[in-house]
Every structure is written in C-alpha cells, then in structure tokens.
Design a protein around this ligand. Structure first.
Ligand SMILES: NC(=O)c1ccc[n+]([C@@H]2O[C@H](COP(=O)([O-])OP(=O)(O)OC[C@H]3O[C@@H](n4cnc5c(N)ncnc54)[C@H](O)[C@@H]3O)[C@@H](O)[C@H]2O)c1
Length: 447
C-alpha cells in the first residue's frame, strides 16, 4: 500500500520504517529540513534500538523515502498518518496547532478517497474537529480515522512490530478495512484489532496512560511509606505481584515518571475533565505525587550531607528512561537544577542523552563519556535512569574512585547487602537498609 507519514519524530519515524519493512511504499514528511536531510542519508536523529537498521534497509530497498514537501509526500498515498507533536501548552491543554496546520494543508491537496489517520495523541473530539475543519475548508467530503499509538520509547520498533493490540477509531467500513490490511502483518500472533468510534479510540489512549501513570505514582507512594515504617517495598511487590489481579508490571518504585507522554497527557486529561465539571481527583493526585517523587533523591541527599554546597555529585542516567535519548520532563532535569541551585557540582553520564542535556546545561555540568569517569572524586552517586550497564558495576573500583562512598539509587538496582559490604552508604527507594553512618563533618557537628 502507498502510505504517507507526516511528522518523523519518535512515533512517525518508527511508523514509517515499520510500515516500509512490511512491504509498503512509504514517504515520511517533516517540516524540519535538517532532520529530513539526515534521514535521507540514513542517519537517524534519535536513539531508538533497531531503528537505524530499519531506516537504512528500507531506503536501500526504495520502499522508504523522505520529503519536506507535503504535497509531494501525500500525492500518491492511499493512507496518510498524522504523527506530529502535540505538546502541552502553558495552560495544560494539548497544543494542536501542528494538527490543524497539517489538516489545512491536506484539505487543499488530497482527494476524498485518501484516508487521513490521526496517530498523534489528541483530546477526545479532535478527530471530528479536524474532519469538519477540512471539509469546511475544501468544500469536499473526507474520511478521518484515529489510530492511537501505544509504543514505548526504548522498545518502539519491537512494540510496533508486535503490539499487544491495535486500536482504530473509524467512521467507515472502508477505513477499518484499509487499516486492518496495513496492520495485519503485525498481528500474526493473533493479537486483537479493535474497531471503535474515533472518540473511543482517542479516549482509550488517555485512559491507558492515566492508568499506567497511576500505577507508578501508587507504588512510589507505597515505597515512601514502607521506608518510614521499616518495610521493604521489594518484598511487598513480590507479595502483591503474584496476585493475578495485580501483577508486577509498572509497579517499580523510582524517581517518578517523565517523558513526552505521561506528564502532558495526564495534564491535558485533568484540564479537560475540570472544564467539563468533572475534576479527576486520582489523575490530579498522580501528577502531584509524581512532582514530589522527582525530588526524593534530593531530599535524601540533603538529609545525608546537611548542605550540598561544594559537593561533587555523579549522576548516572539522564534520559527519562533507558534506551532512549529523550529527556522531555525527565526526573534528572529536576535533580540537576536543584543540585546546581544548592551549589553542588555534577559529573554526569548517560549512554545516549548527553548531547540533549548539553544543549540545556552547556558548561554548567561535567560530561563524562564513561560511567566510572563520572565517579572521580565524587562525594556521592545518584542513579536516575536504569540503563542496563549500571546494573552490575565494579563496586570495588567505584569505592576507589569516589571521595565519599555514598550511593543514592533512584531505581533500586542493587542488593543492599552487597553495596554495604563494599563500604558504601546506600540509599534506595522504599528498601529496608541498615542505617547509613553520618559523614565525618556531620558527626563532628552532632557531638
Ligand atoms: N514518543 C512516544 O513515546 C509516543 C508514544 C505514543 C504516542 N505519542 C504521541 O505521538 C505524537 C508524536 O510524538 P513524538 O514523540 O513522535 O513527537 P516528536 O516531537 O518526536 O516528533 C514530532 C515531529 O513532527 C514534526 N512536525 C511538527 N509540525 C509539523 C508539520 N506541520 N508538518 C510536518 N511535520 C511536523 C516535528 O518536526 C517532529 O519531527 C504526540 O502526539 C505524542 O503524544 C508519542
């Protein structure tokens, strides 16, 4: 099938390359000329496992091409996916200006036979508004479907290729058929293809994100409570997870969620609900708990050191989750801002996100290309993102490199006993850990 994908960010580029990989003829279009120039050379501007290979392979096979010209990109397409960004506006609403811009351009260009599909995450009712806007503008009938995307950054290609389910919101039988045909190669293990109204499809995406984020804030609050009460959240997690009604997924305590989806989608949902006179108390609490959780390592540091002024803190992991370079709303940003504000200096390492972090912080941080380099003369190590390479480090080497042996583990990566055996003070989230000795300067002031 001939397909156009408008917007070649995380979602659009994965969509375009996976659809090309399954034999479709795909054109990816973006307004970002530099991005398109790089993509044409087979250079993928984001870090996403497996994506560059897919892009290169399908460029070579001439099933994938890239353009900055919307008219050229959509001319031949039977299906046109809109994958542009829908970031949060300052008032919390989703900024739909890119959706409208694309819709207006499409209305002038496409025929009534070409199916438009919104893949971006948009508030309920956006599909209808786009359809009506395009029809008003062109004086012709169009068909607009919704196909929310559930991929996870860091496993985006895998998620697109083997989704748990595909949800489509359609108005016509023809749209359902076209979308089923396009998705059939990815549903060969029998996963469901769920057809519903555009409004239900739009709502499905927000409800899914709200529930997933709720699980995270819930377990974070419980972890904080366990810590106060002398229980261990890891044991509690095991204790609850085997209950089939509960399960283990998305119940890992940490430093809060970030990324380009949960924070903005929950905020938009909360704002919309308030406008409809139905405040979502749970969703609002989830956001509030999350903001607090982003500061949890900082609070532990302040309790440990007293003052952070002059301290050298190593930070491992800056992206909002492992296997991505995306730092949008990343908990690391809150930690870095606060550490700098308190007068600490930061030696940071991340396998993929350092260029993005450097664009924000410039020379205010020390960038280390190896995790161990970041530990040189550090007074403490904060682990913010659970990249696989941080899971089993050489504790003896770490102990030699650091000035003070203190680990603030925001992702519960280590067995406390092992860390303590190497002489570290170890702080984690909701774990039962023998009390850490106070640093020498605080012992002196306490006596
Ligand atoms: N990133 C995720 O994990 C994820 C998962 C599911 C859904 N979503 C949703 O998918 C949408 C896209 O997210 P993303 O992370 O890929 O965003 P992104 O910011 O990475 O990419 C958006 C792209 O759209 C391009 N763009 C903007 N206006 C355009 C226009 N008028 N014409 C053509 N291109 C235009 C931008 O240049 C950019 O390359 C959002 O609505 C997001 O909420 C994202």
């Amino acid at each position: 099938m001939r397909v156009a994908v408008i917007g070649t960010g995380y979602v659009g580029l994965v969509t375009a390359s996976c659809l090309a990989e399954s034999g479709n003829d795909v054109t990816g279009m973006d307004v970002d000329e530099a991005k398109i120039a790089r993509l044409r050379q087979g250079e993928v501007p984001i870090y996403e496992p497996g994506l560059e290979e897919l892009v290169k392979h399908n460029l070579r096979e001439e099933r994938l091409r890239f353009s900055t010209d919307l008219r050229d990109a959509v001319q031949q397409a039977e299906v046109i996916f809109i994958c542009v960004g829908t970031p949060a506006r300052p008032d919390g609403h989703a900024d739909l200006s890119s959706i409208w811009a694309v819709g207006d351009a499409l209305a002038e260009t496409i025929s009534s036979q070409q199916l438009v599909v919104i893949k971006s995450t948009v508030p309920v009712g956006t599909n209808r508004q786009l359809l009506e806007r395009m029809q008003r503008r062109a004086g012709r009938v169009f068909d607009v479907a919704s196909n929310p995307e559930f991929l996870k950054e860091g496993a985006a290609v895998e998620d697109f290729m083997r989704p748990d389910r595909v949800v489509v919101g359609v108005r016509t039988e023809r749209a359902a058929r076209l979308l089923e045909q396009l998705h059939a190669p990815f549903l060969r293990a029998g996963q469901p293809f769920l057809v519903m109204s555009p409004e239900s499809a739009e709502a499905t995406k927000y409800v899914a994100n709200a529930l997933l984020a709720t699980k995270i804030s819930f377990i974070n609050e419980m972890a904080n409570l366990c810590e106060r009460l002398g229980a261990d959240i890891n044991d509690v997690r095991r204790g609850i997870g085997y209950d089939k009604r509960i399960g283990f997924q998305f119940l890992h305590p940490g430093v809060g969620f970030g990324g380009s989806c949960f924070p903005k989608d929950l905020t938009a949902l909360a704002v919309i609900a308030r406008q409809h006179g139905l405040p979502l108390r749970i969703v609002e609490a989830v956001l509030e708990v999350n903001e607090r959780q982003k500061r949890v390592l900082l609070e532990k540091m302040k309790r440990h050191y007293g003052s952070l002024a002059g301290k050298v803190i190593a930070v491992w992991g800056l992206s909002f989750k492992p296997r991505t370079d995306d730092i949008r709303e990343a908990p690391a940003l809150v930690l870095l801002d606060e550490l700098l504000r308190e007068g600490a200096s930061c030696r940071v390492h991340d396998p993929a996100a350092m260029p993005a972090i450097r664009r924000i912080y410039g020379e205010r941080l020390t960038y280390c290309d190896k995790p161990y380099t970041a530990l040189q003369d550090a007074d403490g190590l904060a682990i913010v993102t659970e990249w696989p390479e941080f899971r089993n480090p050489d504790f003896a080497l770490m102990a030699r490199l650091m000035r003070q042996k203190v680990i603030f583990d925001g992702r519960n990566l280590y067995e406390p006993r092992i860390v303590l055996e190497h002489g570290f003070c170890y702080y984690a989230i909701g774990r039962l850990i023998p009390p850490a000795p106070l640093p020498k300067e605080r012992l002196a002031s306490a006596s």
